[in-house]
Ligand binder design. Sequence first.
Ligand code: BGC
Length: 372
Amino acid sequence: MMRARRTVIATRVAALVAVCSVVVALTGCTSRAQEAASGSTRGFPANAIIGVALPDKTSENFAIAGQLFVEGLTKAGFSPDVQYAPATNTVAEQQNEIEAMITRGAKVIIIGAKDGSQLSTQVADAKRAGAMVISYDRLILNTRNVDYYVAYDNERVGELQGQALLAGMKAKYPDKTSYNIELFAGSPDDNNSSVFFQGAMKVLQPKINDGTLKVVSGQTAFKQVTTQGWLAQNAQSRMDTLLAGFYSGTELDGVLAPNDTLARAILQSVKTAGKPYPIVTGQDSEAASVRLIMQGIQYSTINKDTRKLVAEAIKMVSELQRGSRVDVNDTTSYNNGAKVVPTFLLTPQLVTRQNAAQSYATDPTLEPLTRG
Ligand code: BGC
């Protein structure tokens, strides 16, 4: 069946090439024949509507991304339609927003999923209407109707967080040979949360097994450590409970925090309890956390420069518009449960006080925070 279809396609491509060879100078159809042969898509109008459906603003990077998409897509000649899911009824609202983008005739829909497992109907509708779908930062799961994925290497983010936690505690407590820690993960409806956690546990689990690390609460399973909605108040109240239940008379040396918003909530809880600050990791390079890092209060964050991620997504849109080959650099790693999604992956960078100035050297907002 498959082979027969391929033969039909090959025959059509051959016919197209033959026709083109006659009229090549006038029509420029050689390149279209080559595109058809290389499997790339046909383009769409240069001023097309491009939908961007972002989740609720659970971190600064999504707030920044919305603005950058409006500016970047406009500059590239497109008509951007950028929408955020509101904080309440988020999944349903994001589903409605995507359907509305399809109705308005969007040619590409870029989606930062609120819940990556609940968009199958919407992306199927998008494909039926002839729109392409790009999964942004968070992978959309269990559907073949996702064309591309653009993201930072989120498993690597987790590994860097695990390594930072270990390195930070070693440096802060040179006399200790074992450390008391607690683990936090992000929201269970965000596919990235388990990816970050798995990455971190690749580094931390062997150290838990050999006794270097002790999770005093015993809460080490992903399900036990998630933070619903990535909300600061949920992390803060869990930390309050952990401190009250397990740390009277016991020192807390480190906390794995999956992002900066939660890191600050955890630090606040520790402060309120009147305890010394442990080593706390983070992610996103939020301005408030970069300040805390420079003051030696938060230990680390991750630089996932939103400007680069948005620029890559817009580059994909331009490639699709021209009908040229879409530049991806990973065609094996991101199986969403229904297909391996071709991906453009960017490299995250660990940031501590030591390398902050260098890491943010080209960032006009963060660089000034690293001085003095
Ligand atoms: C993003 C993180 C962010 C988190 C909460 C994740 O999907 O990758 O950068 O901190 O969502 O918004």
